[in-house]
Ligand binder design. Structure first.
Ligand code: HEC
Length: 237
């Protein structure tokens, strides 16, 4: 990423950084580190809250279609996906191995068969019990942002649901003893697969995330580029 300290210290942002990060040294504050903290804080503010399932939870019993409701019943009931996906964002701090292929097998740049990250949590802790286990991810607004799983091995939500339904590991570097016993054939019908996919795709989709996109930047340059050249090129005087 292109980083120019002037983007922080000029154009009106210095004061905001000073207020946000008073405990950081100035050297750190106006650096990539300060910028990454600011971007992370912004990303954490993007919270889905208007998905049909969320509206339904708030009491709007008309918010979900019948298909989405049937999918939700499978997710929380019969299939018990919620044994892992059980926090507000339908992720959790649990870690599990599902035997998925790694990024180097799917075109990941600068990754390889020896990459420590293939070991998931185990790559950080070095503990045998953590090997090949990945954090249970959140499940909102997934339909817009494939591919899926840590190694991007599935292109569509249909493929993800098929993987769970077939219940057969695709990465044999992962010892069977590490793999979650959830990974087993689920025996879903075609209709059930379709209902579950619909719940994931539209039941858990907040259609209005654009509300988080700022309309202006405080320097009055052109959103989203806070620099003079873009202002000239994009012509937002
Ligand atoms: C044993 C815990 C566990 C259970 C049960 C479970 N999942 Fe997951 N799920 C995970 C983990 C861990 C990942 C990430 C795996 C990886 O990338 O290696 C994941 C990933 C996913 C993803 C991909 C998300 C993304 O951003 O790539 C979807 C979709 C998903 N699960 C849906 C389901 C559904 C539907 C069920 C029920 C059929 C289910 N999960 C049951 C642990 C679980």
């Amino acid at each position: 990423m292109f980083f120019d300290k002037k983007n922080i210290t000029e154009n009106g942002y210095k004061q905001l950084f000073d207020e946000a990060f008073p405990n950081m040294s100035e050297e750190e504050r106006y650096s990539r580190k300060g910028a990454s903290f600011a971007i992370s804080a912004y990303l954490r503010s993007i919270v889905t809250s208007e998905a049909p399932f969320q509206k339904w939870l708030k009491g709007d019993k008309t918010a979900m279609t019948d298909e989405e409701k049937r999918g939700a019943l499978l997710f929380f009931g019969k299939l018990n996906c919620k044994s892992c996906h059980n926090q507000q964002n339908l992720g959790s701090m649990q870690f599990a191995a599902l035997g998925l292929k790694d990024l180097y097998e799917n075109g990941g740049l600068k990754t390889s068969v020896k990459d420590r990250r293939n070991l998931g949590r185990g790559g950080f802790t070095g503990k045998a019990e953590d090997m090949y286990k990945f954090r249970v991810p959140q499940l909102y607004n997934l339909g817009d942002s494939g591919p899926y799983f840590h190694g991007s091995s599935k292109q569509t939500l249909e493929d993800v649901v098929d993987y769970f339904n077939n219940g057969i590991q695709e990465n044999y570097n992962v010892p069977a003893s590490q793999i979650s016993n959830f990974l087993r054939p689920l025996g879903m019908t075609k209709q059930e697969k379709s209902d579950l996919t619909t719940f994931l795709r539209t039941g858990l989709r907040d259609p209005n995330l654009k509300r988080y996109v700022p309309e202006t930047v405080i320097s009055k340059m052109c959103f989203p580029n806070n620099d003079q050249k873009s202002k000239e090129d994009m012509g937002c005087n």
